[in-house]
Design a protein around this ligand. Structure first.
Ligand code: NAD
Ligand code: AHE
Ligand code: ZN
Length: 368
């Protein structure tokens, strides 16, 4: 079939909206009509050329929601007409990782996914007979896409696509990092570096689990109002203090119980670790840093009881947890609407990247 997609032909180039060819789903795969997709900083990161796994030409996008339109042979867990959210972290429920209680990182198709192809090693997308790569196993910047059955979460049909698409990455990553990975206890002091599409969801996750102080750090003060609405109790602009780590230690009476780095900057990762409380503070890296970047600190920071951890997709097991998070939204336990600051048709998708780089949006959503 033909479908409309925004194609990334090379690093640093604007996406080109055009008609592409899409082959039918093979065994164990499903065809999904994407109804809405968010634009996450990770899409911009890969488009910039900083992603060691970034390969072109590709159809980016990994924060979508849509409807199953066809299923390949042997598909049993979803059927035509089901509403789904694509999962860049699938859940096969069979691999060693899925069977281990301590991780959500299903590895059953990770290798081919990282190469931009389906599990059989080929692509379903092409233009003029030349293959186009998939991205993070999702490629939601296309009106239709093909995904492995294990990489879709079936969700309730009354959930609005234009909002719950964000659960495909940002909401789950932020709220999940607090609730599923760090398991933040009520009364904890939590510090969030970066008040963007991920950081604001960490804030609402921290509020949801009953954190005490929720301290936000950002160089862009325009994020403060929404952050406060979502539960931030204190704000520090690193440009306005001499030493951001000392300021946090002072505000928390000794350091953070938990910190979350939601920027992708190795310098703020170090600050996020070093602002943690001696003896027990945990720092969770969520931000994605570019090829060649490395983190450092004095080992003494760890010897004296701080821990450095990382979180992908909020520790969520997609097929199990994503439908629950959709329920949380529908029941008013978490909010999404205010975080979607811009919507646009696919033709204007490059504006979403501009708004992100200018610091003017939280989430832009493309509506098909
Ligand atoms: P975003 O652009 O919406 O937000 C980033 C925020 O960081 C902005 O508010 C910006 O002003 C702030 N910032 C930038 N430099 C700063 C600095 N030096 N000090 C303080 N604040 C600074 O991005 P996002 O969509 O929220 O994504 C954040 C990071 O999380 C990205 O690196 C993204 O790739 C990553 N991410 C990781 C996962 C995961 O599963 N681990 C999932 C989604 C996104
Ligand atoms: N491909 C990059 C790393 C990118 C990365 O860390 N991706 C996160 C999700 S970001 C979503 O917005 C992730 O889940 N990683 C786990 C995984 O298996 O990819 C690189 O450095 O190679
Ligand atoms: Zn993302």
């Amino acid at each position: 079939m033909k479908t409309k997609a925004a194609v990334a032909f090379g690093a640093g180039q604007p996406l080109k909206v055009m008609e592409v060819d899409l082959a039918e789903p093979q065994a164990g795969e499903v065809l999904v009509e994407i109804k809405a997709t968010g634009i996450c900083h990770t899409d911009a990161f890969t488009l910039s050329g900083d992603d060691p796994e970034g390969a072109f030409p590709a159809i980016l996008g990994h924060e979508g929601a849509g409807i199953v339109r066809a299923v390949g042979e042997g598909v049993t867990s979803v059927t035509v007409g089901d509403h789904v959210i694509p999962l860049y972290t699938p859940e096969c429920r069979e691999c060693d990782f899925c069977l281990h209680p301590k991780t959500n990182l299903c590895q059953s198709i990770r290798e081919t996914q990282g190469k931009g192809v389906m599990p059989d090693g080929t692509s379903r997308f092409s233009i003029d007979g030349k293959p186009l790569l998939h991205y993070m196993g999702c490629s939601t910047f296309a009106n239709h896409t093909v995904l492995p059955e294990i990489a879709v979460a079936k969700i309730r049909k009354d959930a609005p696509f234009d909002k719950v698409c964000y659960i495909g990455c940002g909401v789950t990553t932020g709220v999940g990092a607090v609730a599923f990975d760090a398991k933040v206890e009520p009364g904890s002091n939590v510090v969030i570096f970066g008040l963007g599409g991920i950081g604001l969801n960490v804030i609402q996750g921290a509020k949801m689990v009953g954190a005490d102080k929720i301290i936000g750090i950002d160089i862009n003060p325009s994020k403060v109002e929404l952050a406060k609405e979502y539960g931030m109790t204190d704000f520090i602009n690193p440009k306005e203090v001499d030493d951001v780590v000392a300021s946090i230690i002072d505000k928390t009476g000794g350091g953070a119980d938990y910190s979350f780095e939601c920027i992708g900057n190795v310098n703020t990762m170090r600050q996020a670790l070093e602002c943690c409380h001696k003896g027990w503070g945990e720092s969770w890296i969520i931000g994605v840093a570019g090829a060649g970047q490395e983190i450092s600190t004095r080992p003494f920071q760890l010897v004296t009881g701080r821990s450095w951890r990382g979180s992908a997709f909020g520790g969520a097991r997609g097929r199990t947890d994503v439908p629950k998070i959709v329920d949380w939204y529908m029941e008013g336990k978490i909010r999404i609407d205010e975080l979607i600051t811009h919507t646009m048709p696919l033709e204007d998708i490059n504006k979403a990247f501009d708004l992100m780089h200018e610091g003017k949006s939280i989430r832009s959503v493309v509506l098909f």
